[in-house]
Design a protein around this ligand. Sequence first.
Ligand code: FE2
Length: 358
Amino acid sequence: MKSLTENIADSLLKLDISKPLLVTTKTSFDAHFKKLISDIPYVRFSDYQSNPLLEDVLRGQEVFIQNKCDGLISLGGGSAMDMAKMIALKASQFDIQLRDTLDTTKKLKLYSHLAVPTTAGSGSETTQFAVVYIDGQKHSVDHPSLRPNKCILEPQLLEYLPQHQVAYSGLDALCQAIESHWSRRSNEQSRAKSSKAIEFLWTSLLGAYHKESPALKKVQEGSHLAGQAINITRTTAPHALSYPLTSYFGFPHGQAVSLSLLYFMNINLHSDKKDYYESKEQTVTLINDIIAHTGCQSFSEFSDEFKRLCANMKTTIAQLNLSTEKKQDILKKINLARLSNNPVKINEQHIMDFLNVI
Ligand SMILES: [Fe+2]
């Protein structure tokens, strides 16, 4: 079997990259990954936050240009891969502003990007979008050309992950798969991916948390499939609400998303017929499908099992008791595009009801 260095070297050759910018987190790179890719010539860039800012992207673009790099490797989690996508975009297409909506019908020629995920969660190695915070607000940069040209899935890399990160990124992947399945944009192709992802993640997440090798491999495959599914459908209400929760309280993304999953699942399952964008029957069928993929018999069993999984991975939070001002602020910062993917029309009262009980 080929080593990681050999795999990366082969991929760089295929992508015609001779001087890559390596986007990676400094601490984990120095501690674990540096020795694994010792023979690859690269310029390292680690000067970015875990929820990347526009300023971080511009710094990366400068390093890329100053060093005359000709492609990118991302080695890390969602933030490293998102950073590499946006640096590739800014270094290749100077005039594009990340806060603008990109014309997805126009093909963009970008520097090649090889993604090597070291977490299993975002599925960013196979998606065409990246998240950046501009003036405290979350923006999703979305274009088919942002999708990494190639990725290497090496489950061994996950063994270095701290347990809480396995939990948070795994929950993100599970929520992405579930949201994709009930999304208004889901189709046969996306549901084939999300169904498998739900099965893989549901059965393996706890084992991966305890660092069992076969489970880590399954969770990596599940996250990748969930990424492929949301690349088609995008996410829905739990993700829409997660971004202000992350920017206000610093909750890890996967935790912020999982906080409202059951709340919205209940709404999507039990609302009045008139509150669905399309047919209630179709959504109920899809949610029953999700529940069946986990081996549970009912929403209430699923709900108990999901809470148990979160508790077993120590991801539950104490009561937040939000002030009225904070609730109003959160409401203003919700991603409306993601809300409109949700099968039930979500209004302010829905969100307030949730914020009143967390
Ligand atoms: Fe996510």
